[in-house]
Write a protein that binds this ligand. Structure first.
Ligand code: GDP
Ligand code: MG
Length: 171
């Protein structure tokens, strides 16, 4: 019999790195160039069916990246099963911020939280300032999953969420 899993997922990362766009691509397979920024946090759900026929329901908390909402973040990552920490490959400062989020998660979130580091906007290759190696090296050193994605052209976006679902269902 197929198993039904349910996991709480939180997205963290600096403002404008594409957190909401990744969620919109995953949940509705859409992209919106002029998306209004998130206020507080948005809640969405999406269920995936794995090859094993097991179902994985994600309860997604898409947080606002602005500093003024920073103190709210623990409400969303507390008892989360997994976190996607997003940076923009064209903004080195957003990669620094992602590293700070990861430190905070390691200190404050559940000790078994599964963390995925995502370098988004890989369609903007000509403006890249964070190399793939920098991203993957940081992820490997910190025991994180790693993906580079584009919410805009959909590269790796479904795969990223699917890999997360497979990993979560394994544990
Ligand atoms: P958030 O603040 O992290 O939720 O970021 P948003 O999802 O609101 O996206 C911020 C801006 O970046 C918007 O103008 C998006 O259209 C744009 N954006 C998001 N993802 C991508 C991407 O993969 N590629 C490109 N080129 N732009 C993106
Ligand atoms: Mg947003």
């Amino acid at each position: 019999r197929p198993t039904q899993y349910q996991f709480k997922l939180v997205l963290l990362g600096e403002s404008a790195v594409g957190k909401s766009s990744l969620v919109l691509r995953f949940v509705k397979d859409k992209f919106d160039e002029y998306k209004e920024s998130t206020i507080g946090a948005a809640f969405l759900t999406k269920t995936l069916t794995l090859e094993s026929e097991d179902k994985v329901k994600f309860e997604i908390w898409d947080t606002a990246g602005q500093e003024r909402y920073k103190s709210l973040a623990p409400m969303y990552y507390r008892n989360a099963n997994c976190a996607i920490v997003v940076y923009d490959i064209t903004q080195a400062a957003s990669f620094q911020r992602a590293q700070t989020w990861i430190e905070e998660l390691k200190k404050q979130a559940e000790s078994d939280i599964l963390i995925l580091l995502a370098g988004n906007k890989m369609d903007l290759e000509d403006r890249r300032t964070v190399s793939s190696v920098e991203g993957s090296t940081f992820a490997a050193k910190n025991g994180l999953l790693f993906s580079e994605t584009s919410a805009k052209d959909a590269t790796n976006t479904f795969t990223m969420f699917q890999n997360l679902a497979i990993k979560l269902a394994e544990t």
